[in-house]
Design a binder for this molecule. Structure first.
Ligand SMILES: [Zn+2]
Length: 330
């Protein structure tokens, strides 16, 4: 039986169950928090996260997939403390989140690499996937990168190629933060294909931010999974258009090409805490169960199609058809 790494250790892919494919536990500007985080209380925030995840578990979610990587305040020690208080599976990522430049750490290191395979960034990603993250004992199970409205800047291209190379080396699947308004998923698809990626194991994240069926079916027909993963961010695309788009794609036979999620967090420091309830009141983990699934059923999406999007597609995504060969015995 294929297994996937989670914060609590390896899990059979068959037991992942209902899986939200893009949710964060924490999104933090970690260097700001360390210097100016007078209002941050570690114990309060860990307890709050565990409570929110336990509530989500009671709603019928078994697994969340958390693409919080470098650039979003990844701290797996903190996630371990949350995971110890819930039996929801948490799957964590490696990779790098930038819309333009690489962090200064990488600006000179590896800048002369002639291929992504020799980029030191790739080696760090592979290490997170195969040896574990820092000293936590937790292994990442997928890769994350981003291509936003600025498109394929040199820094973004370097990260995409390193993620593609680490995917080819390990078989770990990929999630790309895309900006559908500029059709940036197409550029990500081109670069990852050049690196040899298996597009059936790539989620084009935030595809649900558009109702452009031509763009979405182009990505899906090429093999990609569509991340319909920002339910609740109605400020970017209204709720009705989000559910109408998923329902229409399901009607056209694309349920096997979609995954569902919110891109929500237990706590995100990008906004004043009280502001989120004003601009995105439905942007929380339970919106799918409260509002989205009933609306999809109203529009003719069947329970088997919902199971395909929430259970079968995530299971297939994490089933590695080409696991790296174990090292030769000495
Ligand atoms: Zn996200």
């Amino acid at each position: 039986m294929a297994q996937v790494e989670s914060v609590g250790g390896p899990v059979d892919v068959a037991s992942l169950g209902t899986t939200l494919m893009h949710e964060h536990v924490f999104v933090l500007s970690e260097e700001i928090r360390q210097n100016y985080g007078a209002d941050w209380d570690e114990e309060t925030r860990v307890a709050d996260a565990a409570a929110k995840l336990n509530t989500l578990r009671q709603r019928g979610c078994d697994t969340i997939v958390d693409p919080t990587v470098i650039g979003l305040g990844r701290d797996i020690g903190r996630i371990k403390r949350v995971a110890a208080r819930t039996d929801l599976n948490i799957i964590v990522a490696t990779g790098l989140y930038t819309y333009d430049d690489v962090p200064f750490y990488f600006r000179y290191r590896g800048a002369q690499s002639h291929s992504a395979a020799t980029d030191p960034m790739t080696a760090l990603f592979v290490g997170d996937l195969t040896d574990g993250i820092a000293d936590t004992g937790v292994k990442a199970a997928f890769l994350k990168c981003a291509i936003e409205e600025k498109g394929l800047t040199p820094g973004v291209e370097r990260v995409l190629r390193a993620v593609g190379a680490a995917h080819v080396a390990t078989g770990a699947p990929v999630t790309v933060h895309t900006h559908p308004g500029s059709r940036s998923g197409l550029e990500a698809m081109r670069v990852l294909t050049e690196e040899g990626a298996d597009l059936s194991r790539v989620v084009m994240g935030h595809s649900g931010d558009t109702a452009d069926l031509d763009y979405l079916t182009t990505l899906a027909d090429a093999g990609c999974l569509l991340g319909m993963d920002r339910f609740g961010l109605d400020i970017l695309l209204p709720f009705e258009q989000r559910v109408d788009t998923v329902a229409e794609l399901a009607r056209r036979g694309y349920a096997e090409k979609m995954v569902l999620s919110h891109d929500a967090s237990c706590y995100i420091d990008w906004f004043q805490p009280d502001v989120i309830g004003t601009f995105a009141p439905a942007w929380h983990y339970e919106h799918l169960f409260d509002d989205v699934l009933p609306a999809l059923r109203d529009r003719g999406v069947t329970d088997p199609q919902i199971e395909t999007m929430l259970v079968t597609n995530p299971r297939r995504y994490f089933s590695n058809p080409n696991p790296p060969a174990p090292p030769d015995a000495p």
